[in-house]
Design a protein around this ligand. Structure first.
Ligand SMILES: [Zn+2]
Length: 498
């Protein structure tokens, strides 16, 4: 069978462009429907089972490092597409239900998707819990049957293509030793076990919430929201502080003709900030819809990290290195900028906080909750997607692993909805480790105010230029040396706060 690889790459790039522009238009509120089905249908030839098999053969037979790497990125692209295509009716039905369903905590209907925002802004613990209960009932009755059908089909497809399990498929496609990463995650949980309550409880107390052990999951959005910190994070400083920070790094945000910042209020805009890059590096959209408080800063700087990574990627790189590859890399730069707004130095100098202690201590506690949650999620997803999984036991395992890691009674109902496709949890975990290395190197070379150094900006741009050619472990080894390990994240979070 003939297979025109160059033509495949050209069409794959056009597909990525159309898909990400469609997401951008919908999420930015320019277009009410998200019409991805026609795009998938127009490019269905990219995701035929034979294409996946052919790419897998080519990848196995490739001898050059570069060719093998490009083929592996293409293979993951094709396989993700095949899974997406085969589960598209469930995905469309789920998206439709999530957008239209309402839940009633007892005092009137609330849109299903806005429950976390409602909980974050709800001072009454009992109403937060009632919202959670109503949501879990909707998951159990309406959404989980669809999630389960899609999961079973994905598992079957992996076996049909000769992999022993979904976990084995993604370990090969991502070239990540997921078992080794799970061992690092277990070590992270162990290493932070003793400090967890010490770091979290005072912050929970400051937010008017009960300590671990008494805390409920429905209280977590309220904790992350940190209403008491609102005065420290004024909405009218949000965009200016981001542009100003980039300026210090020698990057003129307004002069970047390829970065389109959209901060306009629009009723139909997604409440989540996002970055969408239909053409890397030529067309990058950074979209925010400020709702107030620290979450806006976290979100803008996180998505801004993605935007700068894409916008500074070398246009001469192959499609695979501009659009595909290991997302642990882009997430590490997103975390790097996000972490700025959580640190003493930046808070003092850029937002003029006399005492950045409370904001920094809150951010540290939130990060510990998140990394512990993802560590537990990876362990769970390896069981769920492993060769020996018994689905009937999985809701219980999910609740058990998350309850142990977070010390909050964790509901079973989200055992499927809480799973990121293709082991994306592994990307976040690796990104936290890589970000810790980037930050340590920047502080060592340019001091604690590294974000105000054009030389630091030049160094970052030299990393961004490489797109995602190298994976997170390779990029670290090549630039700073050393092995990617979550131990650096544990070490930082267990050190006494400065
Ligand atoms: Zn991200």
């Amino acid at each position: 069978m003939s297979f025109d690889l160059d033509e495949y790459r050209r069409r794959a790039e056009r597909f990525c462009e159309e898909l990400s522009r469609e997401y951008y238009l919908h999420l930015a509120g320019h277009k009410p429907e998200l019409e991805i089905e026609p795009i998938y249908q127009g490019y269905a030839d990219l995701f035929a089972r034979e294409d996946v098999e052919r790419l897998r053969e080519l990848c196995g037979a490739a001898t050059g490092d570069d060719e093998k790497r490009r083929l592996r990125y293409l293979l993951q692209f094709a396989f993700d597409g095949l899974l997406g295509l085969e589960t598209r009716s469930e995905s469309a039905e789920l998206a439709g239900l999530e957008a239209s369903l309402e839940v009633d905590p007892g005092d009137g209907a609330v849109p299903y998707r806005s429950v976390p925002i409602e909980q974050a802004n709800e001072p009454e613990a009992e109403r937060r819990a009632a919202l959670e209960e109503a949501c879990n009932a909707v998951l159990d009755q309406r959404l989980n049957p669809l999630y389960r059908t899609a999961l079973e089909r994905a598992h079957e497809l992996c076996r049909a293509l000769g992999w022993p399990s979904y976990a084995a498929a993604y370990a090969e496609l991502r070239a990540i030793d997921l078992e080794a990463l799970a061992r690092q995650s277990a070590a992270f949980l162990e290493a932070t076990e003793d400090v967890y309550a010490t770091v979290a409880d005072p912050q929970l107390g400051r937010a008017g919430l009960p300590p671990l052990g008494e805390l409920r999951r429905s209280d977590l959005p309220r904790f992350f929201r940190a209403v008491d910190l609102d005065p420290a994070f004024p909405t009218d400083r949000l965009v200016a502080s981001f542009a100003d920070t980039l300026d210090g790094l020698g990057i003129d945000l307004r002069g970047q003709t390829n970065v389109h910042l959209d901060a306009e209020p629009r009723r139909t805009k997604s409440p989540r900030a996002f970055c969408s890059a239909p053409r890397v590096p030529d067309e990058v959209h950074l979209v925010i819809a400020p709702t107030g408080g620290r979450n806006d800063y976290d979100a803008l700087f996180h998505e801004g990290g993605h935007a700068e990574h894409y916008a500074n990627t070398d246009p001469a790189l192959a499609f695979e290195y501009r659009h595909l590859g290991d997302n642990s890399v882009t997430e590490s730069f997103a975390f790097l900028l996000e972490h700025l707004v959580e640190g003493h130095d930046w808070l003092r100098h850029k937002l003029g906080l006399e005492d950045p202690g409370p904001a920094a201590a809150h951010a540290r506690a939130v990060k510990l909750v998140f990394v512990r949650r993802y560590a537990a999620k990876l362990a769970y997803e390896l069981e769920l997607h492993g060769p020996l999984a018994t689905l009937a036991e999985m809701p219980g395992r999910y609740a058990q692993l998350l309850t142990e890691a977070i010390r909050v009674p964790w509901p079973r109902a989200s055992w499927l909805a809480d799973v990121d496709g293709g082991f994306y949890a592994a990307c976040y975990l690796r990104a936290w480790a890589l970000e810790t290395h980037w930050r340590a190197a920047l502080e060592e070379r340019f001091g604690p105010s590294w974000y105000a150094s054009p030389e630091a900006g030049e160094w970052l741009r030299s990393l961004w230029r490489q797109g995602q050619r190298l994976d997170a472990a390779e990029l670290l080894a090549e630039t700073l040396g050393g092995e990617l390990d979550l131990a650096v994240v544990a070490a930082e979070l267990t050190r006494p706060a400065d």
